[in-house]
Design a protein around this ligand. Sequence first.
Ligand SMILES: Cc1ncc(COP(=O)(O)O)c(C=O)c1O
Length: 389
Amino acid sequence: MPIDVAAARADTPACEGQVFLDNAGSALSPSRVTRTVIDYIEREQQIGGYAAMEEAQDELLAVTASAGALVGVPADQVALQTSATAAWLRAFGSIPLQAGDRILTTKAEYASNVLPMLQAARRAGASVEFIPDGSDGTVDPAALATMLDERVRAVAITHAASQNGLVADANGIGEVLRRSGSTAWYLLDACQSLGQLPVDMTEIGADFIAATGRKFLRGPRGTGFLAVSPRVLNVLEPVPIDMFGTAWDGDQGYELSPTASRYQSFEMSYSAMLGLGAAIDYALTIGIDQIHARINMLATTLRSELAAIPNVRVLDRGSQKSGIVVFSCPGADSWSAVRELRAHGVTVTAITRPTNPPDVDSYESSCVLRASPHIFNTEDDLAALVNAL
Ligand SMILES: Cc1ncc(COP(=O)(O)O)c(C=O)c1O
């Protein structure tokens, strides 16, 4: 069933009176998400944080179940996190590395994932290698197959890149790892894909999925989650551990939680986490396939409208593309263009080099922008951006 756009807009009153096209940055939340957060904060104000937490125990447990449902795993494979970066770092930090180990990733990987890989490799005497792209410009599973050996300890892929509309073939990568019998740990950064693309962790074969709340899932800032495979729970322990997910025996020993809670910490904004749960439930109720179809339609339309503007270049590559539309336009710098567009009531964001130097350098433009529609956007919104440009 197609999305009821009027209902989606009514659920997001802030989308009226502006053209908001930065859902890959920090999306507009549905009202019920914001209401959930405010209600809980008020409850904390009334009875104190610990009593409010106790009172909301069932709802808080339901957030991990919702996150699990989103990626097709049970709640005990999910740990709440404060960001995708926090989730990814905890995941990667739990993989033991030795001299000679190899970590495989791609040039499209998010810089905050590449940097810890480079640092850890330097410290351990391991190496970071980039899997080549195929002819469509996205990572080539067949190339990965030729690189695998027993020294490959981790394979890290960003599902939907931040700086490009490309979508990596996460299933293809998982299939190659499965067929080869590799014991490498497969980390999937699904920060930009969750909420706009169907993601089935078991089908993909990922060991870790890192997620944020505030992007296509439309949750509050400061939220995210990490989903882990049963193999992770059988073999790995986070580094370091804390008393939320591990019990100290009072002497030299400790026991890890059998669940993914070993990757979670005690303190966080529980109001925000409940907001995350509300955002995931909202997306699941509408249906990820339906959300995907609408975002894909809007992004495809926008790409063709942008391509028709003289001096505007659409930069997205890959055979499958996400709701992230990246383009260059004449202009001295990206942020000035963002401000000018905002003055016309249109919100997009700038793509800058720190996110991913290889892609941004290849764009050879001083002005690179990203527009990212969601279900509440309309074709009129796209036309407003095109006209403003
Ligand atoms: C692909 C990707 N991974 C990770 C992150 C980091 O997310 P967070 O800010 O929640 O840590 C981003 C943020 O833009 C991203 O686009």
